[in-house]
Design a protein around this ligand. Structure first.
Ligand SMILES: Cc1cc2nc3c(=O)[nH]c(=O)nc-3n(C[C@H](O)[C@H](O)[C@H](O)COP(=O)(O)O)c2cc1C
Length: 336
């Protein structure tokens, strides 16, 4: 049943994308996600202002060389002019799509009128999108939004209509309000309402954790593609399993421990290569915590990994855990 999805002139080879996640969806994450079956990946959110002011750290986020598949560059900001200039930079860097962040709930972002705060200023949101569309030329502009600011101001349908009117070629909808941050259950029904209201592809997002969730979201909302966020961190096998389900194929068996650890080590090595050992080891701590989630003794192993400073030590610890696991020496989390 897997279909292609067309966003303007861009064709996705399956209705499966990974979410933008600051601190996680760097180019190594994107490479592994693509390998596992994601048809489109997103960068972390990138400050339009930071690009204009030539911030080195911001520019590093826009490095799209050697990407194995289409990448959406996600920008945040609030000034149409600045976003238009940043859009041109994203296009020059090789963005397949340029996405506007209208969902970030973080106080330091929304207090500047950026991220989810844009959902409270529709005329400005429409101006921004129109400016980005003009700057992007043939590259489609898309918008990622939430259900609304809070339960008293659920306006996602209105927002979606306004940005599509302004030229957006697809919208991604996270079914939570800004006030919810990441808690509670995502409301998929608002995704369905958006799908019924706009003529462009709608990407559904929120709480897809299994292949069954992905199929259910497509069916219940009529959305054109599913976007997977947290559940894909440290778990590329989830993407392969969803992809198989979308294609009506048999699900691949879940990875055994050796496979999980081999992937975690490969991910670490790729990070060391891309970012240098010090940064890689630090950034990988939270990712490794996801790779080992649910394993016996995971909490203890995680605490230990967080004390280590070199890639060699981390790999040593993962290998030692693997040996102990197969020799049945790993104790259950509360065994001591
Ligand atoms: C650590 C973290 C960072 C995130 N960063 C971004 C971001 O940069 N841009 C964005 O639009 N959403 C961001 N999100 C939201 C996700 O894209 C997604 O909408 C949300 O996690 C719900 O999807 P999920 O239930 O599949 O995780 C972030 C979420 C998390 C947990």
């Amino acid at each position: 049943m897997s279909a292609t999805v067309k966003i303007g002139p861009v064709t996705l080879d399956a209705p499966l994308v990974t979410a933008p996640m600051a601190g996680f969806t760097d180019r190594i994450f994107r490479r592994l996600a693509r390998e596992a079956g994601a048809a489109l990946t997103y960068t972390e959110m990138i400050s339009a202002q930071g690009l204009i002011y030539q911030s080195k750290a911001t520019w590093a986020l826009l490095d799209l060389k050697d990407e194995p598949g289409p990448v959406a560059v996600q920008l945040f900001g609030r000034e149409p002019e600045i976003l238009a200039r940043a859009t041109k930079m994203a296009v020059a860097a090789g963005a397949a799509l340029v996405d506007l962040n209208m969902g970030c709930p973080t106080p330091k972002i929304v207090k500047n009128g950026e991220g989810a705060a844009l959902m409270r200023d529709l005329p400005l949101a429409a101006d921004i999108v129109a400016a980005m569309v003009e700057a992007a030329g043939p590259v489609p502009v898309t918008v990622k939004m939430r259900k609304g600011w809070d339960e008293d101001s659920v306006n996602v349908v209105e927002v979606a209509r306004a940005v599509v009117e302004a030229g957006a070629k697809a919208v991604a909808v996270h079914g939570r309000t800004r006030s919810q941050f990441y808690s509670g259950r995502a409301d998929w029904d608002c995704i369905r309402r958006v799908k019924e209201a706009v003529p462009v592809p709608v990407i559904g997002n929120g709480d897809v954790r299994t292949p069954a969730d992905a199929l259910a979201m497509l069916e219940q909302t009529g959305c054109d593609a599913v976007m997977v966020g947290r559940a894909a961190v440290g778990n590329p096998w989830l993407l392969s399993a969803i992809r198989a389900a979308l294609e009506g194929k048999e699900l691949p068996p879940p990875p055994d421990l050796a496979e999980r650890m081999a992937m975690a080590i490969r991910h670490l090595n790729m990070m060391v290569e891309a970012k240098g050992e010090k940064t890689a080891v630090k950034e990988m701590r939270k990712v490794l915590a996801c790779y080992i989630k649910g394993l016996p003794g995971a909490a203890r192993l995680r605490q230990h990994l967080f004390t280590l400073d070199t890639a060699g030590e981390v790999i040593g610890a993962l290998e030692a855990y693997t040996r102990d696991y197969y020799q049945k020496k790993v104790r259950a989390p509360h065994a001591h």
